[in-house]
Design a protein around this ligand. Structure first.
Ligand code: 7MF
Ligand code: ZN
Length: 885
């Protein structure tokens, strides 16, 4: 272990910094294995510090220190300071005036496989500093509430590093002897060091511009490797769309004259919002219709939006400390979700986000690593960039939006920007602004920031024919999570609508509300452990549509007959609940089949689902993407999430049984739909074409299960003729997941066709790793030896090891434990190469208590083996130890 007893950091221990840094002048002499960093800091004692200790403690890791000079003339010696593995402690510095500290050190970007700090990607040098990567560049007060002004000079070889970028505006450049040149960048905005970035390399760029609402012209640049120049247009358009949207919806304008995006092939996550110089994983920039799917196009626009929106929610207003991460991430995810919803389809986007939340965040919230969106303790902050902080954090912001309404929310965000521009603040500051701008008391609501776990709502309804009332009794209860045995009830909006038997809307007239106050839907304010709501003037018993739009991130328990769900699937006017009814209908039927499998009973699919799907197909649909979601069954992962003891095999068999029954009994409909919507068109990214591809490809996936020669031919045809990646990939998936005679041939043709496109090869790995074919594990092992596989590239790791362990429950959870052993081997190898990626790969093992005794023992044994690895990183240590606790 790096540190025999890794230290836990607590929110309650927060104190203001003892010193402030006013400005920093950085000077880099770039070289792959030997970059020289000179940092000139202007500091002073923080008058607000209450500490009695006057030493200056700077954070620093993996640095070779050359010299420390105080006030330009006083070179310090090791008498004056102490170097530890993660800090530089200077015993005495001036207390009552500003002082200057000039530190020189050496770093080795080439040896940096953790991809944190300054590192090499292909031949490009780039940085990733969030959360605590800056300390791997130079000694610093590496915390987000220290916000100096940055000036950065980069010096490098003209051929190796023709492009030299950093934050802000380029203010000077020049030539040097030995074929070298230099550039100086100045960022006029104060910022924490986690927003610092530099990029150097042989990059090409596309340029465009955007005129802001106040008439300023912003120049926009996207830098990529030369061969990728033809894949930047969509990212550029997305950036302009995001800039426009933030002006329209939030009144927020961009603040520098230049906005740069760089795409790099080695990146631990999606992207990074460094001021004026975003660094992106190539996956979220590069797209051409023949190389990227419709879903890639959508994600690119979403991530470009996310990073752009951070300029206000993250950069202009940042976090006081890392416990407040959800302040910027929850809010920014909410903003990017709304942006994508406005750009594509609100209904589809909401369903996709809820699917993600319920399959992945709910699992996190129910497991050993459950934490509130504002955690109170951590060992390694990188482990807290979680689905909870991001996705549940966005749901909490969304609930505020629902509670105060769109206008009230805008008033609140305006006040938040007005109060806190230029500051490092807390989640409470955000809620305070929302509260102050609206006549609402959010005291109880704040519990969402402090309590972990997914609340469970139980709904009971009673119709009184004589009184013509419907009484709803809702209870809420939140299960215990590590360190939180008992929870208080929380404040949440529950949106409700009522539907008459003929499908018409029954107006909601809540008792206690003023007379005449009837609406198509109402937002119930849930605040107590048990609450009753009475709806009046109902001549017949209505069908209840509850938690519309998924108005709160909860689990809902309510007895429903299949007929009622089928009714809602045809009649609910709320697009989310309509889809949800279909999911529940399918879910109940699959759950019944799982029980039949476990009890060796014969299997039969309840025809109600066939009829219901048939009715969906017979309606006419404008939004074909939404239509295809109505025809999708809940995923194996979602079904697993709902079982006490997960039975991966039964889930797979039962779900496939329903898919096959639908394919058999609706094959004429699916074939017609396929043929009506199939065009051999290039992948234009317009909603009509996207919808056609989506519905057609879902039909093909159903039909593929029939193993008919005709369908094999259709898939082959589509694969061979495809002019866009959506169609090519969808056809290949059908071929690979069946006994198609040309399976191997198609896979190898695909590889041949795309071997120079890294992002397409990632898809090729992921498709094979997530296949349900019996030979998948052998294939995965063979692919690990493939020349294109590279454990040092996170995208490759995610596409092979990640896809196998997180998107292939059937094979990963093989009863003999081979999947577990395989994953543990890879995690142990990754632990030393890239702790962040190693830690993320652990997620497939942390839910071990959800499986049967045999699998539990096998997974636990692997976790224990990982724990005894020599030099286990803080990242891996924290996740494994909490999982075993
Ligand atoms: C959209 O949040 C949603 C989430 C941190 C890195 C990007 O901007 C970010 C960075 C992680 C996990 C998810 C996302 C990001 C990070 C992300 C990206 C796009 N500040 Br870790
Ligand atoms: Zn973010």
């Amino acid at each position: 272990m790096r540190d025999a007893n890794p230290q836990t950091i607590y929110l309650n221990d927060y104190t203001v910094p003892d010193y402030l840094i006013h400005s920093v002048d950085l000077n880099f002499t770039l070289a792959e294995e030997n970059t020289k960093v000179i940092s000139r800091l202007t500091l002073s004692r923080n008058p607000a510090s209450k500490s009695g200790d006057t030493a200056l403690v700077l954070a620093g890791e993996n640095l070779t220190l050359i010299s420390v000079i105080l006030n330009d003339d006083n070179e310090l010696t090791d008498q004056h300071y102490l170097q530890t593995p993660d800090s530089l402690i200077i015993h005495e510095v001036p207390q009552h005036r500003n002082f200057v500290l000039t530190i020189e050190n050496i770093i080795n970007p080439k040896a940096n496989t953790a991809l944190e700090g300054l590192y090499l990607s292909n031949s490009m040098l780039c940085t990733q500093c969030e959360a605590e990567g800056f300390r791997k560049i130079t000694y610093f007060l590496d915390r987000p509430d220290v916000m100096p002004q940055f000036t950065t000079t980069l010096i490098g070889d003209k051929d190796r590093y023709p492009v030299l970028l950093s934050n802000g505006n380029k203010i000077a450049q020049g030539e040097l002897p030995d074929n070298r040149h230099w550039v100086t960048w100045e960022d006029p905005f104060n910022k924490p060091c986690y927003l610092f970035a530099l990029v150097a390399g042989q990059l090409d760029c596309i340029e465009d511009s955007f005129i802001t609402q106040s008439g300023r012209t912003i120049s926009l640049q996207i830098f990529v490797e030369k061969q990728d120049l033809d894949k930047c247009a969509h990212a550029m358009q997305s950036l302009k769309n995001a800039m426009h949207w933030d002006e329209q919806v939030y009144g927020r304008e961009y603040d520098l004259d230049l906005y740069m995006i760089v795409a790099v092939g080695h990146f631990n996550m999606g992207a990074m919002e460094n001021k004026g110089l975003n660094v992106f994983n190539t996956k979220f920039v590069l797209a051409r219709p023949d190389t990227a799917t419709d879903s890639d196009y959508e994600h690119i626009e979403g991530v470009i939006g996310h990073e752009y929106f951070h300029n206000w929610t993250g950069n202009r207003i940042t976090c006081r400390d890392w416990f407040q991460l959800s302040l910027k991430e929850g809010f920014t995810v909410f903003r990017d979700q709304e942006f994508t919803g406005d750009r594509t389809s609100k209904a589809v986007k909401r369903i996709e986000d809820v699917n993600n939340l319920r399959t992945r965040q709910f699992a996190e919230d129910a497991g050993p690593l459950a934490h509130p969106i504002r955690p109170h303790a951590y060992i390694e902050i990188n482990n807290f960039y979680t689905l909870t902080v991001y996705e549940k954090g966005a749901e909490v912001v969304r609930m505020i939006h629902t509670l105060v309404g769109a206008e009230g929310f805008r008033k609140g965000s305006d006040l938040y920007f007005e109060r806190h521009d230029g500051q490092a603040v807390t989640c409470d500051d955000f809620v305070n602004a929302m509260e102050a701008a609206n006549a609402i008391d959010l005291t109880q609501f704040r519990l969402w920031y402090a309590q972990a776990g997914t609340p469970v709502l139980t709904v009971q309804q009673a119709y009184d024919a004589e009184a013509q009332t419907l009484t709803l009794t809702i209870t809420q209860q939140c299960p215990p999570t590590p360190g939180q045995a008992v929870k208080e009830p929380m404040h949440m909006p529950v949106t409700v609508g009522l539907i008459n038997k003929d499908g018409s809307i029954a107006p909601c007239k809540l008792q206690d509300l003023e007379r005449g106050n009837e609406r198509d839907e109402v937002i119930l304010q849930l605040t107590q452990a048990e609450q009753t709501f009475i709806f009046e003037d109902l001549k017949e018993q209505p069908v209840l549509s509850i938690l519309r739009g998924f108005s709160a991130p909860v689990k809902l328990i309510m007895e429903r007959r299949l007929e009622e769900l089928a009714f809602l699937l045809s009649h609910d006017s709320d697009t989310f609940n309509r889809w949800e009814a279909g999911q529940q209908l399918a879910g109940q039927i699959i759950a019944g089949l799982i029980a039949d499998i476990q009890n060796n009973r014969p299997l039969q699919v309840n025809p109600i689902i066939i009829t219901a799907f048939k009715q969906v197909i017979e309606q006419s649909w404008d939004d074909l993407s939404y239509f295809s979601l109505l025809l999708s069954l809940p995923s194996e992962t979602y079904l697993a999430e709902q079982m006490q003891v997960v039975d991966v095999e039964a889930i797979h068999t039962a779900r496939e049984f329903v898919l096959l029954a639908l394919a058999e009994q609706l094959q004429e409909q699916f074939k017609t739909l396929y043929q009506d919507n199939h065009r051999e068109e290039s992948g234009v990214f317009d909603s009509g074409a996207i919808g056609r591809r989506r519905i057609k490809n879902i039909c093909l996936a159903y039909l593929g299960r029939l193993e008919q020669a005709q369908i094999q031919q259709w898939s082959q045809q589509q694969f061979d003729a495809a002019k866009n990646m959506t169609d090519q990939m969808a056809a290949l998936a059908v071929i690979v997941n069946s006994s198609h005679p040309a399976r191997q041939q198609c896979l190898s043709n695909f590889y041949q066709q795309w071997q120079t496109e890294a992002l397409v090869i990632d898809k090729w790995f992921a498709l094979q790793a997530s296949s349900h074919n019996p030979d998948t594990f052998t294939t995965v092992q063979a692919l690990m030896q493939h020349p294109a596989f590279d454990l040092k590239n996170p995208n490759r790791v995610r596409s092979l090891i990640g896809a196998f362990s997180q998107a292939n429950p059937l094979h990963f959870h093989a009863a003999n434990g081979q999947g577990y052993q395989f994953l543990a081997d890879q995690i142990i190898a990754l632990n030393t190469l890239n702790p962040q990626v190693a830690s993320r790969m652990l997620s497939a093992l942390t839910t071990w208590r959800r499986y049967d005794q045999g699998r539990q023992a096998l997974i636990k044994a692997q976790l224990e083996r990982i724990m005894t690895t020599e030099d286990v990183s803080k990242d891996v240590y924290e996740v494994v130890s909490k999982s075993l606790a």
